[in-house]
Design a protein around this ligand. Structure first.
Ligand code: SAM
Length: 255
């Protein structure tokens, strides 16, 4: 369980809300039972339940755990808003795989626009899904999920990453772009030389209708590398998962 820092003081922990409900009503745990808890940043413990209420559960830490499950390469998934609830699947699966953060964004061919006022609930739901996925995957940190950005706002962000990868099925055509592996091999060498051991990467995936040529050009001008993920066209919801898996594999994450 992820416990907010202010509810994780010394060896005393307090779990409230949906998580308390989960412990009491779903898992039907009792005093003396143990759970793994983390503050979402640096500390994970084995904690024993000392008091069960209907709305809150008090615990004491009985062992510090030094298992570190966060990937050293911090990959943010920038996903053009897909139709329906596909973003939920992307957040769930990429959290399991090891994404550091998510940035949904609007692009030319995004079909469903995001309305900030009406759709706060959608963002809330993505947070909940990320939290559940992070718990089930025993992550130490919760991935951040940003409010959806416009295409222009996203372009401005590119320079704050060590490497921005723009997934483009046409990379390789007309002499621009390359395969993901070639770009990662080049950067791995560069980072080894300049001592960058925790690079920040941005993986940009398009919507169902793909990116326009203009967007590809603008992304390249803003510093992104256009990369292909193989010869087959992946669904909008598949590209991020595949790209992320390949990146973490190249980082040595998977042994
Ligand atoms: N029409 C399908 C759909 O409804 O999901 C395919 C959409 S595909 C064009 C969506 C995005 O996935 C693209 O904009 C691109 O970012 C990424 N993508 C898919 N296949 C790819 C590939 N082989 N190489 C690089 N990126 C790819």
């Amino acid at each position: 369980y992820f416990v907010e820092r202010h509810q994780f003081q010394g060896n005393e922990l307090l779990i409230t809300g949906d998580d308390a409900h989960h412990i009491v009503r779903v898992m039907r745990m009792s005093e003396g039972d143990e759970v793994i808890a983390t503050d979402g940043h640096s500390r994970s413990v084995r904690a024993r339940i000392v008091e069960l209420g209907s709305k809150e559960v008090r615990l004491v830490a009985v062992e510090e755990l030094d298992q570190q499950s966060e990937a050293s390469w911090q990959v943010t998934i920038a996903q053009a808003l897909p139709k329906g609830d596909k973003m939920e699947l992307i957040v769930q699966k990429c959290t399991e795989i090891g994404a550091a953060a998510f940035i949904p964004f609007e692009s030319e061919r995004v079909i469903v626009q995001y309305d900030r006022k009406k759709e706060a609930k959608r963002l809330e739901r993505w947070h909940k899904i990320a939290k559940e996925a992070a718990e089930q995957s025993h992550r130490n940190a919760l991935p951040a999920i940003h409010e959806p950005l416009s295409w222009k706002q996203l372009l401005v962000q590119l320079s704050s990453y060590n490497l921005a990868l723009f997934c483009y099925e046409r990379a390789g055509d007309q002499g621009h772009g390359a395969g993901l592996k070639d770009v990662l091999t080049e950067y791995k060498r560069k980072w080894a030389e300049d001592g960058t051991d925790k690079p920040k990467l941005l993986l940009i995936a398009g919507p169902e209708g793909g990116f326009s040529e203009r967007e590809a050009q603008q992304a390249e001008e803003a510093g992104a590398r256009l990369v292909g993920l193989g010869k087959r066209i992946l669904r909008a919801e598949t590209a991020g998962m595949v790209g992320l898996s390949c990146i973490l594999y190249e980082s040595g994450e998977m042994g």
